[in-house]
Design a protein around this ligand. Sequence first.
Ligand code: AMP
Ligand code: GLY
Length: 423
Amino acid sequence: MKVLVVGSGGREHALGKKLHSSTQVKELYFAPGNPGTFEIGKNIDVEANDINGLANFAEKFNIDLTVVGPEIPLVEGISDVFKKKQLNIFGPSSRAARIEGSKSWAYKLMEKYSIPTARSEVFDNYTEARNYLGSQPDGSLVVKADGLAAGKGVFVSDDPKVLQNGLKNLMENHSYGKAGDRVVLSDRLIGREISVFGFVSGSKVSSLIPACDYKRAFEGDEGPNTGGMGAYSAPKIWDSKLELQINTTIFEPVARALVEENCPYFGVLYAGLMITDNGPKVIEFNCRFGDPECQVLMPRMQSDISNVFMKVLSNDAPKLQIRWKSTNTIGVVLVSGGYPGNYETGTEISGLLDASNKVTIYHSGTDFSKTGSIVTSGGRVLTVVSESDDLMVAKAECYQAIKNISFSGMRYRRDIANGIEQH
Ligand code: AMP
Ligand code: GLY
């Protein structure tokens, strides 16, 4: 089978590595890929958002399956274009992807179908939003851009000034473009945050797999939100009782709701959840794998990934059965100094070979220099992943391996999987 993976991050490198290990996959392409994916397949010169370019490539090269990593092409309708051309694609339609593309749409869906989430109000008008924010106790609300903002259009703080400034930046200064024209002000949920993933095929939902993501830039969960600074799986609070509760109160109802709303979901559904004293509640849904969660989940997948994808698409199996290993994994993201603000690129990365003996290194913001060496090209540069029966062993190996790697300005959080009793 010929498979095309859309995207260029660590998530796509991890999906690609898993696909590469499948005996069914004979040829693997990445659009546009990165120096990591170059090792396991062919990188093609088509951008992840170039939907027509991707469809033309898939048609011309008889691609049997296209797997979409990032949210933007999904929200913009890549699956719809591929389906019209009768090309197999793993990822939901644009109508189903609204569950991530519009927080207000997702919130209304949850409200209509009684799916547990935070009470929220939606505003198109800055003055009304500001007045509502001012009328609630300090720190009790979360300010969110309605549209896609790469995980950065959300403000959570006890300091009312941070929330007021966030709101102003979204609605008045348009710092996040159109994503901030509409905002959602949600009650702040208190509890333990986990990312949970399920494969959804119409009204069918697979068993669920969890990870903990570290979104804040600095140790101790300080600083601005980022795309993700590290992750581990499985969270200590995860057990079959919690999985059943999340499946029956969140995943199964939302899959049925999407069928009911005439936009059935086919793909992987990612729920950002808060486990509160009153049970699990949805913070947000995403229409794809998380990054860096995918990097810690792929090593744990035991089932053949290409079979899983095809089963989701064909929707003919009575059940979606997916096997996962009972191992634990940790992933630490190495970022460019300054991320998530401005940072330098083009700096040489050394030590990758030495580090790769005991751990897996997934590339994100990397590129080849003119001389063929590997240099930085983005904010999140590499994810270093380690797997073991014992999470603490995995953690020690991961941080030990990172000592081999260096580039100018390199930074990472040293507290991934610390204090895991809190998760
Ligand atoms: P989102 O992009 O909606 O996932 O928001 C980014 C991060 O902000 C989440 O991972 C949470 O840590 C935090 N957050 C968002 N909404 C809420 C909420 N209603 N209550 C508490 N924290 C939240
Ligand atoms: N790690 C968070 C995300 O992928 O949205």
